[in-house]
Design a binder for this molecule. Structure first.
Ligand code: BES
Ligand code: ZN
Length: 464
């Protein structure tokens, strides 16, 4: 039997062990946004590090403010290419537990899927890469490549520590290509390679009015209400045609070429089924663009949260002293997050009425990315996907962001392969997040094959 066949068989016969490992991982509530989970975040980092140590990797926990980057290097394989594999062990907050059918951090396997926070984003997607390396080591007794794994703990809050680590350790991180599984695919049997991600610019705004909450009868009419001001300001960032009202916002937007529009049209996408799944009646959005174009290649403005005033039961007559909101802008290629920040400040100050003090906090940002479609590494990924799934992969873009990808491209100068396995209805960032058991195991087989494809480099893949 060839090495790869032995590896695939090993993966197959150890399925129960891989399922158990994912459940262990999912049981750790590594919520990066919540300081109350700081210890759990560290626990997830250590759990990840242990996996690598067991595989004979040298491991370092690169700590920042308690959300360490796990950096693991394989023993050296002379003459083989080096691949950097990136993923994240942090997860989004679970929020309202009553909306979950089973508790978010007590993984349950039902309806053919793992249900838990982090199942598809990203524990269930990074673990297959690690386990595919483990299987190579155990079943073939050798590693096909040099591996550098970077598994971070703050992807969901902006990758601050990792950005610094890449700048500090660019030489150590040198590689031939980077592989990331933290995106999606069009259907359970339809794999994809992703060649574009949107960027993001995320802000919190805080409005302060009177120095205390006031009786809305006694004081109403004579002071500016921060909630009213907030509503006006938030609405003022968008016109009636869905165009974002920030000076210079569209100046650098890369227009879609006809060639790319044709490629997007060729991606299987059932618009009716999509909106049915979402419980939404009609498509909305920027005129002149299809739903996929709007989601993948046009910028957006979304209010992710608003607060202020009375939120309890029944009525309370009050003019609150404060109000605020969280705003996210999705950016497309060539938009500069710094320019967006400047424009936003100008526009919000224009919209801010007298009697309100405005504070804008820049929480994080990262630019959009496009990756070359003719990379030999991408061809290797396509072959690996085609060998495991019933259909060959399609090339897609994604609307979400992975802040560190642009940094990998810029600082390490390498092609980044985005091969994601999440489904649109896997509920990433929402209650009842899940990941298909079958896809989890297919991802492992893809990964095992990808290592061999990259090693072979038969169609021009460079070697170090
Ligand atoms: N896995 C996602 C990125 C993603 C989402 C890719 C949807 C493709 C489709 C990742 O974990 C994520 O959620 N990223 C954040 C980044 C942000 C917090 C800086 C995002 O896109 O909101
Ligand atoms: Zn996420």
């Amino acid at each position: 039997m060839s090495d790869i066949d032995q590896v695939l068989e090993y993966l197959q016969t150890h399925r129960a062990e891989w399922d158990d490992l994912l459940c262990q991982y999912l049981r750790i509530p590594s919520v990066s946004a919540d300081p109350g989970h700081a210890e759990d975040v560290r626990r997830a980092a250590r759990w990840t590090a242990d996996l690598f140590e067991r595989m004979g990797f040298s491991v370092e926990l690169v700590d920042g403010e308690g959300r360490p980057v796990v950096y693991a290097e394989s023993p050296r394989v002379e003459g083989a290419p080096t691949v950097l594999v990136y993923g994240h062990y942090d997860v989004q907050p679970a929020e309202d537990p009553s909306l979950w059918e089973t508790p978010p951090f007590e993984p349950s396997i039902r309806e053919g899927a793992f249900f838990a926070r982090g199942a598809c984003d990203d524990k269930g997607q990074i673990l297959p890469h690690i386990l595919a390396v483990r299987a190579w080591r155990e079943a073939a007794g050798r590693l096909p490549l040099n591996f550098k794994f970077v598994v971070e703990g703050e992807e969901e809050v902006g990758s601050h520590r990792l950005e610094r680590f890449i700048d500090e350790a660019a030489e150590r991180l040198a590689c031939d290509c980077a592989v990331i599984s933290d995106t999606g695919m069009p259907g359970p049997d339809q794999p994809a390679v992703t060649y574009g991600l949107r960027g993001i610019a995320y802000y919190e705004i805080r409005l302060t009015g009177p120095n205390r909450d006031l009786h809305s009868g006694s004081f109403g009419g004579g002071v500016t209400n921060p909630c009213n001001a907030l509503a006006k300001m938030l609405a003022g960032l968008l016109d009636d045609h869905g165009r974002i009202q920030i000076p210079g916002f569209y100046d650098d937007v890369l227009p879609l070429s006809e060639e790319e529009r044709a490629r997007i049209r060729a991606v299987p996408f059932d618009e009716k089924a999509y909106f049915r799944m979402l419980g939404v009646e009609t498509a909305v959005g920027e005129k002149g663009y299809s739903v996929l174009e709007r989601r993948w290649a046009r910028p957006t403005y979304d209010v992710c949260g608003v607060w202020g005033g009375y939120q309890g039961a029944g009525a309370k007559t009050v003019i609150p002293g404060r109000a605020g909101a969280k705003l996210s802008f999705r950016l497309v290629p060539h938009q500069d997050p710094a320019k967006v920040a400047k424009g936003l400040e100008i526009r919000l100050r224009q919209l801010c009425p007298p009697g309100i003090r405005l504070e804008i906090i820049d929480l994080h940002s990262s630019p959009a990315v496009l990756t070359p479609l003719d990379s030999p590494y991408l061809k290797a990924a396509e072959r690996a996907l085609a060998a495991v799934f019933p259909h060959p992969p399609v090339a897609i873009r994604e609307g979400g962001s992975i802040p560190i990808v642009a940094r990998f491209q810029q600082r390490l100068g390498v092609d980044v392969l985005l091969i994601g396995f999440a489904q649109e209805d896997d509920n990433a960032h929402a209650p009842n997040e899940k990941f298909s058991v079958q896809t989890y195991h297919r991802a492992m087989a893809v990964s095992a094959r990808l290592w061999e494809e990259l090693r072979r480099g038969s169609d021009g893949t460079r070697t170090t």
